[in-house]
Each structure stands twice: as structure tokens, then as C-alpha cells.
Write a protein that binds this ligand. Structure first.
Ligand SMILES: Nc1ncnc2c1ncn2[C@@H]1O[C@H](COP(=O)(O)OP(=O)(O)OP(=O)(O)O)[C@@H](O)[C@H]1O
Ligand SMILES: [Mg+2]
Length: 451
């Protein structure tokens, strides 16, 4: 890799595109320097702990590694490294053509993927090769006319999804997909997904490029065959969280020609101004350079992370309690996949709060995901993990009475989960039964600890 790599970060956080600063990758270090104009505007920085209020004219720096090859906040702008990621497949195909050979795995290719798909993604920052590339991207046409539903384009999109997600040997033209949906921004996670826009309340699966005037931006998940029924389970868990009083995004479920979709409204861009959004993973990794993966922290250390964060950013007072409640809900719905990229903060240093609940899918329905918690905990010293999860509340600074309140609320909210789960006909019976047994035993463990 060339010794120095340069890129720029822009943002539309004010409603208008403007340059935020310059990004430099050199050797084993990433550095970011704000422009003077951006610094004096006092708008949110590119990540919470890299905000200009803390760094001023100094460059923000981060020691990169194979595992985290850029600033942690930029990881979500690189397509996730898994075989079903639609954007990684798409951009690797383009790179293969450009280079005339297989792009080598490693930091250099990740950097090229960041430049290719690192704009228009989740949150308020966009990465480009240079300022000219940024200006021309913001000038692109987002008028309502460029519909992905024109029949030729729509069938190309369906062919691409059938090929990439259902593994059906149907041909499609990547160029037409690009024209149909615009350059497809990177988005993380294991399940194939696209960032597109839709007409709110549409009863059919019609998709438009992101930011199309008059449409609603969504994260569109496409169900892979190895997880049959997953999107119905995820939709049920969004309902259960909403009915329990959690902030959750609106969603629509569609089935069309063998494809199954869950379109979840994006909460990072409800208006023209995208909101800063950063996963807990990114916040922790930016603050602690030894931290490289979810397994590097224990569940009962998170309360302390929140306390320390609250000393430097203006964090909603009930953040610890809300987080504890989310872990209880995950336990009682069989979601063992509540990892640090499945919790995020919205807003900047002066107004930071937990993002609404997303990705509450009860992954323990599938044996290979049957983990009590993706964030590790040490149950030794406790009679069982029911006792651990009750005690966990105090690590979030909650009193005995508050912990009791959280337990009552989570238990009440999930009481009818087994019945609603068993009614989901598209979920294979084996998965439903496995999940029903898991949540019954978690419930029994927790209730046995109650006074
Ligand atoms: N409604 C939403 N609004 C804004 N951003 C969202 C929304 N839903 C998801 N995201 C973002 O997209 C990312 C991927 O989505 P999600 O976690 O639902 O995918 P997944 O493939 O199920 O993930 P995982 O690998 O954890 O199973 C999230 O980490 C989050 O940053
Ligand atoms: Mg996720």
C-alpha cells in the first residue's frame, strides 16, 4: 500500500453539504484534521470522542490494525465482510474489473471499499476520494422520476437479489442495478440489505434510490434462505418492544416472487439533516485503543462505560436503565445477538441519547446462534445466569427497587411472546420450538430470583 492515503469527510448535518476535514492513513496510524470553518461552526464531529470540542486544531489519531483498519466510526461505511453482503460483492466486482486481478484481502482493499461505498450510508458522515468527487455526488439527481419500479429495472433488481441472496443462477447487469438504485452505500450487519427509499404505506414492494424526494428512507433487509422466517421474528420483536414502550422504527413486511423483505424506516435521517449515529462498539474502540472486538468487554463493565461517557458528553440520564432493560428484553425473547454494533447513540456531544431499538431478531432460534449473550459475562460466583442478570442492574447504577421495576416491565412485556411466536407460520417449527423452550427456561431462571 502507498505510504500515505488521503481522503476527505463531508457532511450534510446542517442540511447543506460541507467539508468536515481531511483523513490521512499512514503506516499504522489514521489521522483526521477538521477544517477551520467546520471547527468554528461547532457542529458535531465525525465521531463522539473525536469531536472538535475535544481536539480543536490537533489531528484526531487512531492506531489502525488488520481488525480495525480505519477509525472505528468509519467501519460501518465499509461493507460488512461476509459472503451475503450485497455491497461488498458489488464493489469487489468493480474493483476486480479495475485492477484486472482479485483485490488482495487486507487494509488496502478495505480502504478502497471505504472510498467506493462510504457515502450516503447510515449517520451524518460521507467519505470521498477528494472534494470534487464529494461535490458531484451531492449534485446527483434525487428527483422522484428515477424510479426503481420501471419494469425493466425492477426485474434487474429482482434478478440481482435472486442471484446474490437466493443463490439462483439468474443473470443481471450490475450497471443497471447501479443506475436503478444509484451508487449503493455500504451498510453493515450479517443479513443482506440495501439502503433505499419507499412510499410510506405502499402495499407492494416498490423501491427507489435513497433520498428520493417525497419518499421515506429505509433499511431494506432481504431474507436469506438459511434463515427462513427470520424477518417475521424480527418484526414480532419490534412489535413487542414498541408495545413495551421502547422507541422503535416503523416497518413494513413484503413477500414478492420468492423474496421476503423487511423495510425498516431509518431514524438517522427523518428530516433533510442526517443525525450523527455511532455504535457503542465505535464509541468504546475510539476511547480505548486496546479494545478491538465485542469480546474485549464484559456485560457488567458497560455501566461504567456509560458513566465515563456521561462525564464528557451530554447523555440522557436514563441511558443506563434503558440499556439494562434492553438486555433483559433480549434475554426474554431469545436474542443472544445484542452485540455492541446493535446498540447505537444518536446525536452529538451536546445532545446524545440511545438510538431506537433495531435488529432485535431472536437469533437463538438457530442453533449456531444459541448464545445467552454476544457480549461475554462471567457467571462464576452466581448460582445461575438468572442471578447474574438480576445483579447486572446494579452495575448500571440502579437501586434494588429500580431493578425490580425493570424486571417486572420486561417480564410483563414478553409474557405473550411464546404464543405470538408459535403463530408465525413461515418460521420452521423446529426454530419455533427451540426458541419457545429457550425463552421459557430464561423466564424461569429470572422469576426464581424474584422476591
Ligand atoms: N432503522 C434504522 N435506522 C438507521 N440505522 C439502522 C436502522 N436499522 C439498522 N440500522 C443500521 O444498520 C446496521 C445493520 O442493521 P441490522 O443490525 O438491523 O442488520 P443485521 O444484518 O441484522 O445485523 P447483525 O449482523 O447484527 O445481525 C445497524 O448496525 C445500524 O447501524
Ligand atoms: Mg445488527
Amino acid at each position: 500500500m502507498a505510504r500515505n492515503q488521503h481522503a476527505v469527510i463531508w457532511t450534510r448535518v446542517s442540511g447543506q453539504p460541507e467539508k468536515m476535514g481531511d483523513l490521512l492513513l499512514s503506516g499504522d496510524q489514521a489521522a483526521f484534521t477538521y477544517t477551520r470553518d467546520y471547527l468554528s461552526s461547532e457542529q458535531p464531529g465525525f465521531c463522539l470522542l473525536g469531536d472538535g470540542r475535544f481536539w480543536g486544531d490537533d489531528s484526531v489519531s487512531y492506531p489502525i490494525s488488520e481488525r480495525i483498519p480505519v477509525f472505528p466510526r468509519l467501519l460501518s461505511l465499509i461493507p460488512g465482510n461476509n459472503p451475503r453482503n450485497l455491497q461488498r460483492r458489488h464493489y469487489l466486482d468493480l474493483l476486480r474489473k479495475q485492477l484486472g486481478r482479485e483485490p488482495p484481502p487486507g487494509v488496502e482493499t478495505e480502504w478502497l471499499l471505504l472510498l467506493a461505498g462510504g457515502h450516503g450510508g447510515i449517520g451524518h458522515i460521507d467519505v470521498f476520494t477528494n472534494d470534487i468527487a464529494a461535490e458531484s455526488w451531492y449534485d446527483r439527481d434525487t428527483a422522484a422520476g428515477s424510479s426503481a419500479t420501471a419494469s425493466g429495472n425492477r426485474s434487474q433488481l429482482w434478478h440481482m437479489l435472486k442471484n446474490n441472496v437466493l443463490d439462483e443462477p439468474v443473470a443481471f447487469d450490475p450497471q443497471l442495478i447501479e443506475e436503478t438504485l444509484g451508487p449503493t452505500p455500504s451498510v453493515g450487519g450479517m443479513i443482506p440489505k440495501l439502503l433505499v427509499s419507499m412510499t410510506r404505506g405502499d402495499t407492494a414492494a416498490n423501491f427507489y434510490p435513497p433520498d428520493t424526494v417525497g419518499k421515506t428512507n429505509v433499511v431494506l433487509k432481504v431474507e436469506p434462505p438459511e434463515y427462513a422466517g427470520l424477518l417475521d421474528l424480527e418484526a414480532l420483536c419490534l412489535d413487542i418492544h414498541r408495545q413495551a414502550g421502547f422507541d422503535t422504527p416503523a416497518y413494513s413486511r413484503y413477500d414478492d416472487d420468492g423474496l421476503h423483505f423487511l423495510a425498516v424506516e431509518r431514524f438517522d435521517c427523518m428530516s433533510a439533516n442526517p443525525l450523527p449515529m455511532e455504535s457503542l462498539f465505535s464509541v468504546i474502540a475510539t476511547g480505548d485503543h486496546q479494545f478491538r472486538e465485542t469480546g474485549d468487554i464484559l456485560l457488567d463493565e458497560l455501566g461504567n462505560v456509560i458513566d465515563r461517557l456521561a462525564q464528557v458528553v451530554n447523555l440522557a440520564a436514563d441511558t443506563g436503565e434503558q440499556l439494562y432493560l434492553r438486555f433483559l428484553m433480549a434475554l426474554l425473547t431469545g436474542n443472544g445477538d445484542l452485540h455492541l454494533d446493535n446498540v447505537a447513540l444518536l446525536g452529538g456531544v451536546s445532545d446524545c441519547r440511545l438510538a431506537p431499538v433495531y435488529d432485535p431478531a431472536p437469533m437463538r432460534a438457530w442453533p449456531r446462534h444459541n448464545l445467552v449473550s454476544a457480549i461475554p459475562f462471567d457467571p462464576s460466583g452466581y448460582a445461575d445466569h438468572g442471578e447474574f442478570f438480576v445483579t447486572l442492574g446494579s452495575s448500571f447504577g440502579l437501586s434494588g427497587q429500580e431493578v425490580q421495576g425493570c424486571l417486572d416491565r420486561a417480564l410483563a412485556a414478553t409474557a405473550d411472546f411464546p404464543d405470538r411466536l408459535m403463530a408465525l407460520q413461515r418460521v420452521p417449527e423446529r426454530q419455533r420450538l427451540q426458541l419457545r423452550d429457550i425463552v421459557a427456561s430464561e423466564r424461569a431462571l429470572l422469576t426464581s430470583r424474584l422476591a
